[in-house]
Design a protein around this ligand. Structure first.
Ligand code: DGJ
Length: 694
């Protein structure tokens, strides 16, 4: 059993393989945090501290470690819930009123039931324990059992207490074309806030918190929580005056109110959370393993060719067929037709909403291309942006009231488009039917679902920030039920929708529109802390790169993209014989190593050189890979010593380098390490290794 309960002391202990999380109920009926960290087995060891007010200006709530602090009373730190009742009272006063434990094959769950002392308003705190994965999933359900509506003005999914000060907080910052730039900052007195207010989750920050005590990849305390939400989120880290650090994450309360009608309940997005006493690598592995087991669809992801960078909006059946044939020649398995195939879509200002096949571009219908792709033995994928409409599109002419708007204001266009009000039933039906028809009428295996602008003029309802994305989740879930073999890629102008809310509903992330192979190393490295490699789509594209104008050798571009799920986005019709031959070899190699890349354990290895090497290991059973990149070699460059991770110390491994086979023991490779020196700029290599049979 992962959940131990002391009836005598009203203490709950949640144990995973290596960690423990404990809280209890005090004599006021408050749910108070007791512990989060390395595993402790005995629930009876925990005591509920007796708290004494610090001073009349520092009420006892300042030192009360609540699991779910609500707005009200003498509480002045961040709260998780603020609700206003029909009579105007805007304070929640709760008492514990019982618990429930349930169990499935996947997890054990503890539900703590809280009840307001005056109103028929309930809150259930849920804790799912995934013992094998050293993870927990927390969330809250709020329920209005009264006869009058309740306004929920803030709802974070849980509070975490870390009993240290001066922690390091890390997340990513960025913008379009520069997502996932990792940053680390010291936590001090006051608050750190990360958030998104644009209706998507992740160009600027990503919905997770990560706090550590000077941890490295392989040592030190790490506390983390990733929110399962794709829309507006906010996360708050607060170092208090009393020796602890608080972390909260949940839906953003900016411009948000959720009305709970009588009898209604609302389940807040959950937080996938955990503790690692052995650094970041363990955290990443736990999250990756969880995603692999519960969220990601089985099977390896196909090598994709996408024609966007080659032809942009200028798509024509004949040229797309030529591209598909060439893509097959180099080894691609899936051909994706991107933007520009529908309506009067010749640029950004028209077409969205008019989801019929453009006849001048496809005079013999879409199936001419689909059939040609299928005849090559490839899968077929197509791009859509279903949440949007251009003002010139027929859809907008027919339904001007379907967009988010205020009657007295002019709605903004951005990228020449409006956002459809996805909370309207008729809009949801339109989007579902359009996609259902597309998937029914054509043999489509892959949908790239894009969303290229933030939401504005949101209409009068203040809950759309959540309900918009909920509608998308529901539509895709419904489509997958009817078309179970179709894979869905989540794209929002690149990596705007990378989060644990969408993962599982969608199968692939478009990591970034930045396809520069060097920039991608930083993006992919930061991505890998939290998200699984199998969902990290990475393309090889033409040089000079459209964004960076950098020229990088094709081999390095392949190696960089082979770190994730490989895609090719070049204009392959312009490839030289040499490019084609190298592409064939690289894609063939990728197919051989794909099981290790997509389903192996991933390690960010230490760079021991004064030069900036990027070093990554993948390990699956007895086989592994080392990716080595040297973007630029500096004067006096002496190479790097690569120390591998998690090998069998006693076993002998054969490593296939470009210079020949090296044979070493696991203990040598992990402790002494392998000396390597790449020469020149944009140098890269992949070393394959395997355990030798005794
Ligand atoms: C943004 C995406 O990130 C690109 O890959 C491409 O699909 C364009 N939109 C198409 O408009």
């Amino acid at each position: 059993m992962s959940i131990a309960i002391s009836q005598k002391k009203d203490v709950f202990l949640l144990n995973t393989k290596f960690t423990s999380y404990a809280f209890g109920i005090d004599d006021q009926g408050l749910v108070r945090h007791l512990y989060w960290g390395k595993r402790i087995d005995s629930v009876e060891d925990f005591e509920m501290p007796v708290l004494v007010e610090v001073s009349t200006n520092d009420p006892v709530f300042e030192i009360t470690k609540e699991e779910f602090p609500v707005y009200g009373s003498l509480r002045y730190k961040e709260h998780c819930l603020k609700a206003t009742f029909a009579d105007g009272t805007r304070e929640v006063v709760y008492r514990y009123c019982g618990y429930e434990v349930t169990e499935t094959d996947e997890y054990e769950e503890l539900i703590i039931r809280l009840q307001d002392t005056h109103y028929d308003f309930e809150m259930d705190l849920h804790y799912k324990v995934y013992a094998e994965y050293d993870l927990m999933e927390r969330n809250v359900v709020v329920r209005n059992q009264s006869e009058a509506p309740v306004q929920i003005e803030k709802l974070h999914s849980g509070q975490f207490h870390i009993p240290y000060e001066d922690l390091n907080f890390s997340n990513v910052h960025g913008h379009w074309g520069a997502e996932h730039q990792r940053f680390v900052q010291k936590v001090s007195y006051g608050k750190i806030v990360i958030e998104n207010r644009k209706g998507i989750s992740s160009h600027n920050h990503n919905p997770y918190f990560l706090l550590d005590r000077d941890a490295t990849e392989n040592s030190g305390d790490v506390y983390f929580g990733a929110l399962r939400l794709t829309g507006n989120f906010s996360g708050v880290i607060e170092q208090t005056q009393f020796g602890e650090t608080l972390a909260q994450i949940g839906m953003n309360s900016h411009d948000f109110t959720l009305e709970l009608k009588p009898g209604e309940e609302f389940e807040a997005p959950s937080i996938l959370c955990g503790y690692s006493g052995t650094g970041f690598e363990t955290m990443s592995h736990n999250l990756h393993h969880f995603a692999q087991k519960y969220l990601l669809r089985e099977g390896y992801r196909p090598v994709l060719y996408n024609s966007w960078e080659a032809t942009e909006f200028n798509v024509h059946s004949k040229e797309q067929i030529d591209l598909a044939k060439k893509a097959k020649e180099i080894g691609a398995e899936l051909f994706v037709l991107d933007d520009g195939w529908f309506g009067e879509r010749h640029g950004i200002d028209n077409g969205l909403g008019d989801w019929y096949v453009n006849e001048s571009k496809f005079p013999n219908g879409l199936d001419e291309l689909v059939d040609a792709v299928k005849a090559q033995g490839m899968l077929f994928g197509i791009w859509v942006e279903p949440e949007m409409v251009n003002p010139k599109a027929q859809l907008y002419q027919d339904h001007p009231d379907w967009i988010y708007h205020f009657e007295t204001r002019t709605s903004d266009t951005s990228r020449g488009q409006y956002v459809l009000n996805m909370t309207k039933k008729e809009v949801q039906d339109f989007v579902y039917e359009m996609l259902d028809n597309l998937l029914t009428q054509h043999e489509i295996d892959y949908i790239k679902w894009d969303a290229n602008r933030p939401i504005s003029q949101t209409c009068l309802e203040k809950d759309i920030w959540y309900k918009h994305i909920r509608a998308i989740y529901d539509i895709v879930t419904g489509l997958k039920k009817k078309h179970p073999n179709v894979l869905f890629e989540a794209c929002a102008s690149g990596g705007g929708r990378i989060d644990y809310g969408i993962l599982g509903i969608f199968d692939d992330f478009w990591t970034s529109d930045n396809t520069d192979a060097y920039d991608r190393l930083y993006i992919q490295d930061a991505y890998s802390y939290i998200y699984p490699i199998k969902a990290m789509r990475a393309w090889v594209t033409d040089c000079p790169n459209f964004l960076s104008q950098r020229v990088i050798p094709l081999k390095f571009r392949y190696h960089s993209a082979m770190m994730g799920t490989l895609g090719i986005g070049c204009n392959i019709l312009k490839f030289t014989e040499e490019d084609i031959e190298l592409s064939r070899q690289m894609i063939q190699q990728y197919k051989e190593i794909r099981p290790i890349v997509q389903e192996g354990d991933f390690y960010r290895l230490e760079n021991t050189s004064e030069n900036r090497y990027f070093l990554y290991e993948y390990l699956k059973g007895e086989e592994g890979l080392v990716f080595v990149f040297l973007p630029q070699s500096k004067v006096g460059h002496r190479g790097v010593t690569v120390r591998l991770r998690d090998l069998d110390p006693e076993a002998v491994y054969a490593l296939q380098t470009e210079e020949g086979v090296i044979t070493k023991s696991g203990s040598y490779l992990m402790n002494r390490g392998l000396d390597l020196q790449l020469k020149g700029d944009y140098a890269s290599t992949i070393i394959r290794f395997a355990k030798e049979n005794k």
